[in-house]
Write a protein that binds this ligand. Structure first.
Ligand SMILES: [Fe+2]
Length: 386
């Protein structure tokens, strides 16, 4: 019996590098788009980035319409509204422009239109029967990597949890990763999105779905992010580090898309849905408690992270190398200026039990963890950062 084949998926066309946004009109032509629909949020419009994109398309004679109503941590109803706007515009190509919320909204909405489905019906793994409208995703932050992943997340209408739409059809046809678009991202968002990228690499490295293909990208991503993230957090004008974060986030996305995340993201999704804590900050809050749990319960598996985190060879033995890896993550988080307690974000102690139960029930992520935590254990982890 042959071993299970390794499946490694990514966006087919990745246009990477400072200034790569200029390729957009050609890419619309490459995909045969006659009317493009730009999906973005009010912040991107206010920052002048939407004007730039519209100018590029208009200058090349591409017909387009723009939609600026993407919500942060988008609920299913918000994505359905975007899909209705795409239908009303009779657009045949969708451009997601922004961070994770805008790109995920565009990618789910594109599939909703082409398959005539509501967002609710597409939640879960491989629930979409066919391709969406042709899609181009343009990342304006270095972190989410939505432009090269087949997962898009949405918050349930009752705000109980964030759920993923996981499908090969969620991958856009083209990703544009132009670090220049990140140069003006403010410090808190820069640090938060950077930690998201770090978590994608570190969590996927220890996921039970990790393969040599994914660990190669995770290793590179961790190397780049450990160097670049403290630099961009300290000085947003460090363009070399900005370019590094764009590459690190991209490489982290390649591994995220194929090996997935573990309990850090499971806990963070609940914080995003319940307390509306931005995704990157929620990951910064949850990285250390989740990793401490893994180090305590399965140090040999976490010791594997010591190599890509450059723990010295003189540190020997699984438990010592796992502890040293944890030290490096503590230093990274400690060097960023986030409040690291749940109370600062409005979470109440009486919410912790329910949040823990919802996290433990997020089976897709918990079951790919090196060791699965119970609701009681997750409650203790939330308590430790309360
Ligand atoms: Fe993430």
């Amino acid at each position: 019996m042959p071993a299970d084949p390794v499946v490694f998926r990514t966006t087919a066309n990745v246009i990477f590098g400072p200034g790569s946004l200029e390729a957009l009109p050609d890419q619309v032509g490459f995909l045969g788009g006659r009317k493009a629909f730009i999906v973005t949020d009010p912040g991107i419009a206010a920052a002048g980035i939407l004007d730039r994109v519209e100018g590029l398309l208009g200058g090349a004679g591409v017909e387009f319409a723009s939609y600026t109503e993407v919500e942060p941590e988008p609920p299913t109803t918000s994505i359905d509204k975007c899909a209705a706007a795409i239908r009303d515009a009779s657009a045949d190509l969708v451009i997601g422009l922004g961070g994770g919320s805008a790109m995920d909204t565009s990618q789910i909405a594109s599939c909703a239109v082409a398959n005539d489905l509501k967002t609710d019906a597409m939640i879960g793994v491989e629930q979409i029967p066919g391709p969406g409208l042709p899609m181009i995703s343009i990342a304006t932050t270095a972190g989410t990597a939505s432009e090269i992943t087949g997962n898009a997340v949405t918050v349930l209408a009752d705000r109980s949890n964030k759920m993923a739409v996981v499908s090969p059809y969620i991958y856009p046809n083209v990703a544009i990763v132009d670090a220049e678009l990140t140069y003006s991202v403010p410090p808190t968002s820069t640090a938060a999105t950077g930690i998201d990228a770090f978590c994608h690499a570190a969590e996927s490295y220890i996921s039970v779905k990790a393969t040599p293909h994914t660990q190669m990208y995770a290793t590179q991503a961790l190397d780049i992010i450990l160097d670049s993230l403290p630099r961009v957090a300290a000085d947003g004008g460090d363009t070399e580090a900005r370019n590094g974060m764009a590459r690190g986030s991209l490489f982290a996305g390649y591994t995220l898309a194929n090996a997935g995340t573990v309990m850090v993201h499971a806990m963070a999704h609940v914080l995003g849905a319940r307390a509306r804590i931005p995704h990157g900050i929620a990951n910064a809050l949850c990285l250390l408690p989740a990793m401490r749990f893994y180090v305590e319960r399965t140090p040999e598996k976490i010791a594997a992270l010591a190599d890509p985190l450059f723990v010295a060879d003189s540190v020997t033995g699984g438990p010592a190398r796992a502890a040293a890896a944890l030290d490096i993550m503590e230093r990274l988080i400690g060097g960023l200026s986030f409040d690291l307690d749940l109370q600062s974000y409005g979470v109440k102690r009486e919410d912790l039990r329910d949040m823990a139960e919802v996290t433990a029930a997020t089976k897709r992520l918990m079951q790919q963890s090196p060791v699965e935590a119970t609701a009681d254990e997750v409650e203790q982890l939330f308590e430790s950062i309360f």
